[in-house]
Design a protein around this ligand. Structure first.
Ligand SMILES: [Zn+2]
Length: 213
């Protein structure tokens, strides 16, 4: 007698295999969508970034041939650069806080010590909406750690000359969708777009804390 239902152990095994494969394919599609869809979404609006230095201070922003498009080097117009506070341009989550390349040996006591490679002590902050900022050549290990939430104006480190740096300064970048873009501060563009000629401009920080929009 036959019932029309395959009930042999082999048929059961095949049915289980088909169900397993279908489930596996479904999981793969869901995981792929979860990874790919955020990449396809357009970036959000630009956060209201502020200069990454203390409220009220005036700094020179500049670039030079061979630097890299959009990269900004900051030097204070008054006083020494060494040890000056580096502040978060806006609220966000720290995604890098450590050593990029190698530190070298340039310190306030030995400013012409051995030059390092890359960014030295550095911090990267994710501001959401695919916007990021980067802060390089810090004097000491960053004052923040990966995963930490920071407020606008929160101190993340101190100005130094670690990594590939000629003199103490802050190298700074803004990224949208992981591509560098022209830096804006307090709603106004810096004018630093290309590195084909030397260019400097001075700006005064309005990074006066999270209470200021
Ligand atoms: Zn630089």
């Amino acid at each position: 007698m036959t019932t029309g239902h395959p009930t042999s152990p082999r048929a059961r095994r095949n049915r289980l295999l088909r169900v397993g494969l279908a489930l596996g394919a479904l999981v793969a599609v869901v995981v792929a969508a979860a990874v790919v869809v955020p990449l396809l979404l357009p970036p959000g609006p630009r956060p209201s970034f502020q200069l990454p230095v203390a409220c009220g201070e005036t700094w020179q922003l500049g670039t030079y041939p061979g630097h890299d498009d959009y990269d900004v080097d900051l030097f204070p117009t008054e006083g020494k650069a060494w040890g000056r506070p580096v502040l978060a341009s806006d609220a966000g989550t720290v995604t890098e806080a450590g050593i990029n390349g190698s530190l070298g040996g340039r310190t306030p006591d030995d400013p012409d010590g051995p030059r390092g490679r890359g960014g030295g002590y550095w911090v990267k902050i994710d501001h959401g909406g695919k916007w990021e900022t980067q802060y390089l050549h810090l004097l000491e290990p960053p004052l923040v750690r990966v995963g930490q939430r920071v407020a606008r104006g929160e101190q993340i480190g101190r100005v130094g000359s670690t990594g590939n740096s000629g003199a103490p300064h802050l190298h700074y970048e803004q990224r949208r969708g992981w591509q560098k873009v022209e830096t804006h501060f307090d709603g106004a563009p810096s004018g630093i777009t290309h590195d084909d000629t030397e260019y400097t401009v001075t700006r005064t920080s309005n990074n006066c804390g999270p209470g200021v929009p």
